[in-house]
Design a protein around this ligand. Structure first.
Ligand code: ADP
Ligand code: MG
Length: 697
């Protein structure tokens, strides 16, 4: 789609459907444009000669504009867009609603809109958009009640109402914007396009947004992770409903919903997620104005013991840590502070501290290499001039080039100093935990910048063999495959114990003798989802017990479902569960992000324990490694309580190989390996289950 520079910097805007009628959207757009825009405005409406002082043209073709804002009723919106296309206009903002969001007629109208936009190669915003703004040319092409003030944040939102609320607040707070875009239904331009554009825009320091969904998940990840190297992206979490949740027949399908995909996808994209609107702006303002810290150790300088403890707690809840000072620093503190002070972090410079003592302590702390960032935490006292303290805090931040947050507690007495601070890009908060949270987002961003995004590995696999196995599903009444499809794992180089499927006790005994030792026996049937639930799995069966076990398994399966399609009994070599851990590796497809890989603690209680983690595939080695590190029971794999560590490298490779399998075969809708037994000597996939869509084969 190319860059959106022209979209935000038009020279002549045509408002199609412009009118001066009180209460109309056309009027609101006209008066917003009129207020500040430094380009030309051309109302288009065959019914008028002039609108609000601008001479009106009857057709867009006469407007000689480079942008069209569409505010006509839905029924005539399509021809209006088409005419804009014929007039050579590439930038189109469709404010008109009544498209995809209404279903039925609207949905097909939206489809047509997409086609027109594609034909004319338009950068089209909306439909159902509040409009767009850019403070660099004073353009407010929205029907909202307020203009944004200039600043360095660019803001996109899937909710137009949210934009109006945010601007109302931001104008009070003095928070400014470069560009604002209401995405509407995202028929053409979506979040990925705006992120890409603002990532290249020198005047945008931070991209913020409110999204309810991501249109092209993988594209977004790939684009955003490049942008975030220079331009942070902060998105507020929206309460998403689990629209993607469908009847799933795998463990992964049951657990992996759209929220998991969203979370994993945004994380992989290098997006910071804010929990609330307040968090969003706290983070955005910090990121726009402060340097990023080199480490996560924070120094707290305070004249009050109690709030100092509160800040320690807040640090504990964040990704930051309380800095440990160098001996040199401690010596300097000891020299400078009164004996009743505390030279360790939080540094208590005592209630009678004046501005000099505060400044010197901050100076000493920031000079310490162990300190990545600092917080000035003060309560009002008679000896403390808040405004001077603010000025000195700003100076120290400049001197050391490290991020500083302020927590000057108090009411009115703080106002003047807070202004001095905020003019220098240092936010002041009443609550220590908010100040720490803001510093924490800087540290989070630092880590995102340090990430390396390596390409997913490509393993040498046997795709043809895999395809043949998947094609067997075409002979089935349903679309599920179980352990009879274990050959898939072989084709993709995933280790598994020796096994075979047999139809008689004699054949079973033969396989068991070949395996040499006790075996596991399992019912093989597409109709039986959870084999052990119906007594269809027997572990540790000796040769003598094979015949009885065979009959027993088959009888249980018949009792469970008389007409079940029984494909036989699998005889399988035992995996070493004594020294091994049962893990699960799986995949479920998300409507927005595509294949979502899951890793977690496996076995038959997966859904109960839900100790799982997710990544959008394809998964790189580094991402697969993170997955093995971030589940709660990761210490178990690393060898807790004297156990030998499991073959984590084997797990990492299995995750990557499975990621390649599901990328190679879009027909695989869901997939579990559960368990993948991870022992110190390697991994063993002992059970698989998958759902295949034969039409995609
Ligand atoms: P299902 O998940 O359908 O119940 P599984 O094949 O996963 O069937 O078997 C259930 C449980 O039996 C596994 O979680 C594991 O504890 C045990 N098990 C299955 N196969 C083996 C094996 N080859 N070696 C050791 N234990 C096994
Ligand atoms: Mg299983």
């Amino acid at each position: 789609m190319g860059t959106l520079t022209e979209l935000f910097a038009p020279e002549r805007i045509a408002v199609i459907g412009a009118t001066a009628r009180e209460g109309s959207i056309g009027r609101a757009v006209m008066s917003n444009l009129k207020s500040d825009y430094n380009g030309e405005i051309v109302p288009v409406n065959p019914n008028y000669e002039e609108v609000m002082g601008f001479s009106c043209v009857g057709e867009i073709g006469e407007a000689a504009a480079d942008m069209a804002v569409i505010v006509v009723p839905p029924k005539i919106a399509l021809p209006a867009v088409e005419q804009a296309g014929e007039a050579g206009i590439k930038s189109v903002v469709v404010i008109t609603a009544g498209f995809g969001e209404t279903g039925g007629d609207g949905a097909s109208r939206e489809q047509e809109l997409k086609e027109i936009a594609a034909d004319y190669e338009m950068n089209l915003v909306g439909p159902n958009s509040l409009g767009i703004m850019s403070t660099s040319n004073g353009m407010n092409a929205t029907f909202g009640p307020e203009n944004a003030i200039p600043g360095e944040l660019s803001f996109m939102s899937q909710s137009g109402a949210f934009i109006t609320a945010v601007l109302d607040w931001a104008n009070d707070e003095g928070v400014g914007f470069k560009d604002v875009a209401s995405l509407g239904n995202k028929a053409v331009l979506d979040e990925t396009d705006f992120v890409e554009h603002w990532g290249q825009d020198d005047e945008t320091d931070v991209i913020i947004g409110y999204l309810e969904g991501i249109s092209k998940g993988r594209d977004f990840i790939d684009t955003a992770r490049e942008v975030t190297q220079d331009t942070p992206i902060v998105l507020v979490k929206s309460g998403r409903t689990d629209a993607g949740a469908q009847a799933a027949s795998s463990h992964t399908g049951t657990i992996a919903g759209s929220e998991q995909a969203y979370e994993a996808g945004l994380d992989q994209a290098g997006v910071l997620r804010a929990e609330s609107v307040q968090d969003l702006f706290d983070a955005a303002q910090m990121l726009a104005n402060q340097p990023v810290p080199e480490n996560n150790d924070v120094a707290v300088i305070t004249n009050a013991g109690g709030p100092g403890v509160m800040s320690t707690d807040a640090v504990g809840d964040s990704g930051l840590e309380m800095a440990t000072f160098d001996q040199e620093t401690l010596d300097e503190f000891a020299e400078q502070l009164p004996p009743e002070g505390n030279i360790y972090n939080p540094v208590d410079i005592v209630g009678d501290a004046d501005v000099e003592r505060f400044r010197d302590a901050l100076d000493i702390a920031l000079a310490d290499d162990n300190v990545g960032s600092a917080m000035v935490l003060s309560c009002p006292t008679a000896v403390l001039d808040y405004e001077q303290l603010a000025a000195e805090t700003v100076k120290m931040r400049e001197k050391h080039g490290k991020p500083v947050a302020a927590c000057f507690m108090g009411g009115e007495s703080v106002d003047a100093s807070a202004e001095i601070l905020s003019d220098a890009g240092i936010p002041n908060y009443f609550d220590p935990s908010r100040a720490i949270g803001a510093l924490d987002s800087l540290w989070e961003y630092r880590q995102i910048q340090r990430r390396s995004y390596d390409e997913p590995a490509e393993f040498d696999v046997d795709r043809e063999a895999a395809r043949e196995i998947l094609e067997r599903v075409e002979e089935r009444e349903d679309n599920r495959l179980g352990v009879e499809a274990m050959g898939l794992l072989e084709a993709y180089g995933i280790p598994m114990p020796e096994s075979d499927i047999v139809e008689s006790p004699d054949a079973a005994l033969e396989v068991a003798k070949r395996i040499d030792g006790d075996v596991v026996m399992k019912i093989v049937s597409p109709d039986i989802l959870h084999k052990s639930d119906i007594g269809g799995v027997k572990v540790g069966v000796s040769n003598d017990e094979i015949e009885d076990a065979f009959e027993d398994i088959v009888t249980r399966a018949r009792n469970y479902q008389p007409d079940a399609n029984l494909l036989g009994v699998q005889i399988q070599e035992m995996a070493d569960l004594d020294s091994g851990t049962e893990t699960i590796v799986g995949m479920n497809r998300d409507p927005q992000f595509g294949p979502l890989m899951m890793f977690g603690l496996g076995g038959i209680f997966v859904e109960v324990l839900e100790d799982t983690t997710f990544r959008v595939a394809p998964v790189s080695e580094a991402e697969a490694r993170e997955m093995t590190e971030e589940i709660k029971t990761a210490p178990l794999l690393r060898g807790a309580r004297g156990r030998d560590p499991a073959d984590i490298e084997g797990i990492i490779e299995t995750i990557q190989r499975l990621s390649q399998l599901v990328a190679d075969f879009p027909a695989i809708m869901e997939f579990d390996i559960n368990p993948l037994v991870a022992t110190p000597d390697g991994v063993d996939a002992v059970d698989i289950r998958l759902t295949v869509d034969p039409e995609k084969l």
